[in-house]
Ligand binder design. Structure first.
Ligand SMILES: NC(=O)c1ccc[n+]([C@@H]2O[C@H](COP(=O)([O-])OP(=O)(O)OC[C@H]3O[C@@H](n4cnc5c(N)ncnc54)[C@H](O)[C@@H]3O)[C@@H](O)[C@H]2O)c1
Length: 420
């Protein structure tokens, strides 16, 4: 075979995986449905935060090639699916990308091929959705080809843990399938952990994300009543986290964003409801609490202005940081969008600044970008820190603001500085 592996879907997940495999000396082909993505990569341009243009050029120099030609999948021994798994408009799992990637692999399935799904999804997807598409070729999983689920754990922007040093979980359709995946990933990932089957690996990923989702909801709910009770929750968390066992610190914020936390737990709760007919109550409650945070932030903004005898209508509100996490450009599901919309609906003049966002597409034309945050904070009636990018000198920005509402607990406490 000409290629050791084809990575199907070259985004935040697929590209770092392709990079590690290429670094380990494997022959890596990338297949993506987007011609823009493919052309960019072949020209040495990165479109994800975790890889620079130089990283992509290095891959290309080592023989990496991207293509939109699905027939080339047949050149590879291993196919890894890293395509999006969003929610549909009615909030249900949308597996259209997985099905289409599976169809492309089925048309090019070779005997002995190892097919791995990495996209986050509900338990049973590998066995009930992917396997039938691949077996429509007449080949049998576990006999003619290997089938595995291995959840992606990438954390964009994390400088400590990347694809190589984050343990990889693999669940095989058969024990031999799992062994084939251990062999494959073991060539470029430090530690590979087997589960008893594909469903366990699928559920492990959802447990990880649901755990974060629920714990964030817990502190978001506490933030609201602690404010009413005059208790500084940030101080509470700092104290609690000195316990060396049995506690992990989570922090409140303006809402949950990104591709995983607001979306993945829905896959699990949907699956529990659809298969068993009852709700996954923890997830649904967490969803409800986290979803109300943008409204809560706007209500607090209104209260701060009210104390200055100002209304939201006509006030200038500056939003600092509109991405969903610090130090990256990813804006997917960012709570900054509902917050900006609520402020606009209330009649505020909304401005934003973000060192990573030149054009805020989601709010196109409705919100202007402040070019100099140091100056803009002086002019705005209220500044709201939504994301603590390390580029920001938060104490200086807070000191220069008329009013500073800090949803990240980073500004020094003081007059005219309010924490969530
Ligand atoms: N981004 C993260 O932080 C993260 C972390 C863990 C898990 N995940 C999961 O990993 C999966 C992929 O997410 P992502 O962030 O890499 O998505 P992404 O949108 O960054 O990239 C997906 C890529 O797949 C391509 N694509 C779509 N359909 C295709 C098809 N049929 N064939 C080939 N290419 C196709 C798209 O053009 C895009 O380039 C999702 O299930 C997600 O939930 C993401």
């Amino acid at each position: 075979m000409a290629q050791d592996v084809v990575v199907v879907g070259l985004g935040y997940v697929g590209l770092p995986l392709a990079q590690e495999a290429s670094r380990a000396g494997m022959r890596v082909l990338g297949f993506d449905a987007s011609a823009d993505v493919v052309d960019g990569l072949n020209a040495g341009k990165s479109h994800v935060d975790d890889l620079t243009d130089a990283d992509v050029s290095e891959m290309v120099n080592h023989g990496f090639e991207a293509t939109t030609d699905s027939s080339r999948i047949s050149e590879a021994k291993v196919a890894v699916i890293c395509v999006p798994t969003p929610l549909s408009n009615d909030g249900l799992p949308d597996l259209a990308y997985v099905k289409s990637a599976a169809g492309a692999i089925a048309e090019n399935l070779n005997p002995g091929m190892l097919v791995i799904l990495e996209s986050t999804t509900y338990p049973g997807t590998t066995d009930e959705i992917l396997r039938p598409i691949l077996e429509s070729t007449g080949r049998r999983a576990g006999e003619d080809f290997h089938l595995v689920f291995s959840p992606e754990r990438i954390d964009p922007g994390n400088e400590k843990f990347g694809a190589k040093n984050t343990p990889k979980v693999v669940g095989g359709h058969t024990p031999a399938c799992a062994d084939a995946a251990v062999d494959f990933y073991g060539k470029f990932i430090d530690k590979v952990v087997k589960t008893s089957g594909t469903r366990e690996a699928e559920t492990a990923k959802l447990l990880e994300n649901t755990y974060r989702h629920i714990n964030i909801a817990l502190v978001n709910e506490m933030a609201q009543f602690c404010h009413e009770l005059g208790i500084d929750l940030w101080d509470v968390i700092d104290a609690a986290k000195t316990k060396p066992f049995g506690f992990q610190a989570f922090y409140p914020g303006p809402g949950v964003g990104g591709h995983c936390i607001p979306i993945d737990p829905n896959y699990l709760s949907h699956n529990v409801r659809a298969k068993l007919g009852y709700p996954f109550r923890f997830v649904e409650l967490a969803q409800e609490i986290n979803a109300t945070m943008p409204q809560y932030v706007v209500r607090r903004a209104q209260d701060i202005l009210n104390d200055d005898s100002k209304a939201l209508r006509g006030s200038t509100v500056l939003l600092l940081g509109v991405t969903y996490k610090p130090n990256i450009a990813d804006q997917r599901e960012s709570p900054a969008v509902p917050i900006a919309k609520l402020l606009l609906n209330a009649g505020a003049n909304v401005q934003f600044h973000d060192p990573f966002v030149a054009e805020w597409d989601a709010m196109a034309g409705r919100v202007t970008r402040a070019e100099q945050p140091e100056k803009a904070v002086e002019e705005a009636d209220l500044t709201i820190l939504l994301q603590n990018h390390s580029d920001y000198d938060i104490p200086a920005l807070a000191a220069a603001s008329q009013e500073f509402f800090d949803t990240r607990g980073k500004a020094p406490r003081g007059d005219r500085v309010y924490r969530l």
